[in-house]
Ligand binder design. Structure first.
Ligand SMILES: *[C@@H]1O[C@H](CO)[C@@H](O)[C@H](O)[C@H]1NC(C)=O
Ligand SMILES: *[C@@H]1O[C@H](CO)[C@@H](O)[C@H](O)[C@H]1NC(C)=O
Length: 166
């Protein structure tokens, strides 16, 4: 298939952080790894991608109206403190409600295994995490939609997200 940056952008731009909305529990998938009680999510570039995207921590960039983009910074100073609440990947921002990763699809189905944070949405197209240089002047986190064979923009790298104890 041909390269379409717009298709990529629209399928990737759904990832944001919003106040958690309760949803039905997903079943716990097999071979999970229990993360630390509180952790930062750290990138590890895979598939020979751009190594300059290695070792970044997920943090949040406030974009308004309760929405935050998941961006990445090199230090843990502003990094989001994550925790797993059942299969919600949530973050502790000292707000009233826990903040969940919102992929635009569902907020449940998260777990860890040896290759880091997984999202149990594969049959619906989840194919891993991607970091790209984007609008905020910081690399931004996206998820890869499996049903398009697009080339990634050259500023993007496919990453794993590993928990690092706070
Ligand atoms: C776990 O997530 C649910 C759903 O978002 C929320 O209602 C509950 O307060 C969370 N628990 C903790 C300990 O954050
Ligand atoms: C972790 O889970 C993903 C998604 O199911 C899978 O592709 C990957 O191989 C698993 N990693 C390990 C080390 O089992």
């Amino acid at each position: 298939m041909h390269f379409s940056f717009l298709a990529l952008a629209s399928s990737l731009s759904l990832l944001s952080l919003v106040s958690a909305v309760p949803q039905p529990q997903a079943t716990t998938p097999p071979s999970t790894v229990t993360p630390p009680d509180r952790y930062y999510l750290k990138t590890k570039v895979i598939d020979g991608g751009d190594k300059t995207k290695d070792g970044f921590y997920v943090t949040s960039y406030h974009t308004g109206a309760g929405l935050d983009d998941a961006v990445l910074e090199v230090t843990t100073e502003h990094a989001a403190k994550g925790f797993l609440n059942a299969t919600y990947q949530q973050f502790d921002f000292n707000t009233r409600d826990p903040v969940s990763i919102n992929t635009g699809q569902q907020t449940v189905g998260f777990y860890f295994n040896e290759t880091g944070l997984q999202w149990d949405y594969a049959e619906d197209g989840f194919a891993g995490w991607i970091v790209c240089d984007w609008w905020h002047g910081l690399p931004q986190l996206f998820w890869k939609y499996n049903f398009y064979e697009y080339l990634l923009p050259c500023s993007c790298a496919q990453v794993e997200l590993h928990p690092v104890a706070v």
